[in-house]
Design a protein around this ligand. Structure first.
Ligand code: GLU
Length: 398
């Protein structure tokens, strides 16, 4: 189970706008297909290498299992750096990437989606090339598509919304409610933005958020038109959040993360892996804040996570459960594609909500069953593992 079923590397050559050629590396790791077609995102980022794709594929296997839907685990990507690239350059890169990958994927084989650096635009270019090469309408081959060719409503917001739904379940368990809660998050991409929006809708607010250049403290919370401004700011320059502080006259602390601030109720790292290391974990524990809800894939280093889990006053929730709503709604997109139907936003949102409640429930129950108390980290691992293991045993050694 710790060995991927297969993992491949391919060459991706593309031409920039000046007519110069570049060569990047692409990867796809088809980690485990025991419970369904391989499923997982593609990440385009300069720092991507095999190790990142492999850990993401491993985590994806158990996350997908937790959703209750029939999806195996996979991940892929490239060390292509999307920063500063024109639309045409991104298009040519995506076309070349798909030319290398299309033989190995399909609606019943492997279904890639977005991740960091891969959003609706990239999925569109990737799908266009797949369709051109195969000459069939198989839109179930990718998820996170645009609404005009088979996307699902709520997919862009799903990970952030799902994370807040999961948080609500944790709060319920602790006889607490979401109203009035102040959240400190990192990241303000798709996922962070979804958290901001859903939190505001449910009467909570994000009062701190961190970006690559530092963190923002907005005691009134990111609500209303500020949510639109975040999108605008991100589209102009994804590397800086300082313009938010300049526009709204709030505090900006350069070069720091908001881990350890005391005037919040919940921490939600929603940026990237290894965001919270031991030094930050010690500050978080010392702050007295009770809830530590991971959102990004493995945002906490192992030592830091163990340290936080050992804190008696804290409740810690793991990313593979908290962020599973994203791939969960991808699963719903696959269902819609095979039915040739589009569900309403209310329908998708209701399914997402139900899924997140269930993920929390099965995780809490699994931990309880093994005498571990309310240990959501162990519970998610156990519950995710069991279904995959069962399927592997029943299918025999291969
Ligand atoms: N990249 C997302 C994740 O980490 C979504 C994957 C998908 O929708 O297949 O789960």
């Amino acid at each position: 189970m710790v060995e991927p079923e297969r993992m491949f590397t391919f060459r991706v050559c593309w031409m920039d706008d000046k007519g110069e050629y570049h060569t990047n590396r692409g990867w796809r790791c088809q980690f485990n297909g025991a419970i369904g077609p391989y499923k997982g995102g593609l990440r385009f980022q300069k720092n991507v290498y095999e190790g990142i794709i492999k850990f993401l594929g491993f985590e994806q296997t158990f996350k997908n299992s937790l959703t209750g839907l029939p999806m195996g685990g996979a991940k892929g990507g490239s060390d292509f750096d999307p920063a500063g690239k024109s639309d045409a350059e991104v298009m040519r890169f995506c076309q070349s990437f798909m030319t290398a990958l299309y033989r190995y994927i399909g609606p019943d084989i492997d279904v890639p989606a977005g991740d960091m650096g891969v959003g609706g635009r990239e999925i569109g270019y990737l799908y266009g090339q797949y369709r051109r090469l195969k000459g069939v309408w198989e839109n179930g081959v990718l998820t996170g598509k645009g609404m005009s060719y088979g996307g699902s409503l709520i997919r862009p917001e799903a990970t952030g919304y799902g994370a807040v739904y999961y948080l609500q379940e944790v709060l319920k368990h602790e006889n607490d409610t979401i109203e009035g809660k102040r959240l400190a998050i990192s990241g303000y991409g798709n996922v962070g933005w979804g958290i901001m929006k859903k939190a505001a809708e449910l009467g909570a607010k994000v009062t701190y958020f961190a970006g690559p250049d530092g963190y923002i403290h907005d005691p009134d919370g990111v609500t209303g038109e500020k949510l639109d401004y975040i999108l605008e700011m991100r589209a102009k320059d994804p590397m800086h959040c300082k313009p938010y502080a300049d526009k709204y006259g709030v505090e900006f602390v350069a070069g720091e993360k908001c881990w350890g601030v005391k005037d919040v109720d919940v921490y939600m790292p929603a940026a990237t892996q290894n965001d919270v290391r031991m030094e930050s974990a010690e500050k978080i524990a010392a702050s007295g804040v009770k809830y530590y809800i991971e959102v990004a894939n493995m945002p906490t280093t192992n030592d830091a996570l163990n340290y936080l889990r050992a804190q008696k006053h804290m409740v810690v929730a793991p990313s593979k459960a908290v962020n599973a709503g994203g791939v969960g709604v991808s699963g719903l997109e696959m269902s819609q594609n095979s039915e040739r139907l589009v569900w309403t936003a209310e329908e998708v949102d209701a399914q997402l909500h139900k899924m997140m409640k269930n993920i929390h429930k099965v995780s809490a129950e699994a931990a309880e069953e093994y005498g571990l108390g309310y240990d959501l980290v162990a519970g998610a691992n156990i519950a995710g593992f069991k279904k995959v293991a069962q399927a592997m045993y029943e299918q025999g050694v291969f």
